[in-house]
Design a protein around this ligand. Structure first.
Ligand SMILES: Nc1ncnc2c1ncn2[C@@H]1O[C@H](COP(=O)(O)OP(=O)(O)O)[C@@H](O)[C@H]1O
Ligand SMILES: [Mg+2]
Length: 284
């Protein structure tokens, strides 16, 4: 194994952060993911797409340590991450968001964001244990960091409002802010457009770019065509657990294998990517 451990110095932009090298896993007789390889470079927004049942969530779960691949390796900064438990993966700098929003209902936006970070550290400062100067300094550092993230995600104005009273799109940004406050190097977004209306989903592009501009690399697991195509630098497409295409959004949109994979789905499937691919086909 090489020695590319994390360094305090800013590494060259574009270096490989995450590498999936021939990973695979089976459930019973089903090969859910098979011999999948791709890389994620620092500063990129990478889309992971595929029809329903293609294996996206399974890949996600292998990267985040929920499932252990039976084949292949996952490398992070060149170090083998394969089979590490979720908390260890998170500690290494890889964080995820959840498809369903999980905010504390009785807390403000700021408190929610700080609570997210606070899960990693010791004291429940918000419960009034602010006795020593060290604790007060710790609190102020957390507030400063949380406000920085809230500004990045355009949430500073609502910092003191009740988190769950915000519109759904803003709640989703609070979820992301909560993840970002821990300064991950890579964030994996699990279908962030799910449940958003058209307007909110358009705003999501700006949010994802803001995350990248804040220095965080992004993997986007997503169905929404408009989000994936407009915001990603590159896209990996999987079907039946195998990679069928990889490239820039314009290339992916025209790739016959991708079109075929999406057209092969049931007619009543509501997947927006499939709909968009269909429209693309009938309107040259
Ligand atoms: N824990 C599991 N046990 C058995 N089969 C699973 C499990 N997780 C996923 N699968 C199967 O693996 C395949 C890929 O699923 P999944 O990764 O959820 O696809 P996607 O997220 O792309 O829709 C599907 O056929 C699914 O039924
Ligand atoms: Mg899924």
């Amino acid at each position: 194994m090489n020695q590319a451990a994390r360094s305090d110095q800013a590494p060259a932009s574009g270096e490989t952060l995450l590498e999936l090298d021939g990973i695979g896993i089976s459930f019973g007789g089903l090969r859910a993911v098979d011999d999948l390889s791709f890389r994620v470079r620092r500063g990129e927004i990478v889309g992971l797409i595929g029809p329903n049942g293609a294996g996206k969530t399974t890949v996600f779960n292998m990267i985040t340590g929920v499932y252990k691949p039976t084949n292949g390796h996952i490398r992070w900064h060149g170090e083998d991450l394969t089979g590490r438990p979720p908390h260890s993966v998170a500690k290494a700098g890889i964080r995820r968001t959840f498809q369903t929003i999980r905010l504390f209902a009785d807390m403000s936006v700021l408190e929610n964001v700080i609570a997210g970070e606070h899960l990693q550290i010791r004291q429940k400062w918000w419960q009034g244990l602010l006795n020593t100067p060290a604790q007060r300094r710790e609190e102020q550092t957390l507030i400063d960091r949380a406000m920085e993230v809230l500004r990045q995600l355009n949430l500073a104005d609502v910092a003191h409002e009740n988190a769950t009273s915000l519109p759904y799109g803003a709640q989703r940004r609070v979820e992301m802010a909560r993840t970002l406050v821990a300064k991950p190097e890579l964030i994996i977004l699990d279908e962030p457009a799910a449940g958003l209306n058209e307007f909110e989903s358009a705003g999501l592009n700006d949010t994802i770019r803001a995350i990248r501009d804040a220095g965080v690399t992004v993997i986007l697991v997503e169905h929404d065509m408009s989000v994936v195509m407009n915001v990603t630098d590159s896209i990996v497409v999987i079907n039946f657990g195998k990679k069928i295409a990889e490239g820039k959004p314009e290339e992916i949109r025209r790739n016959p294998l991708v079109i075929e994979a999406y057209l092969g789905q049931d007619d009543d499937d509501e997947d927006p990517l499939m709909q968009a691919v269909r429209q693309e086909q009938v309107t040259p």
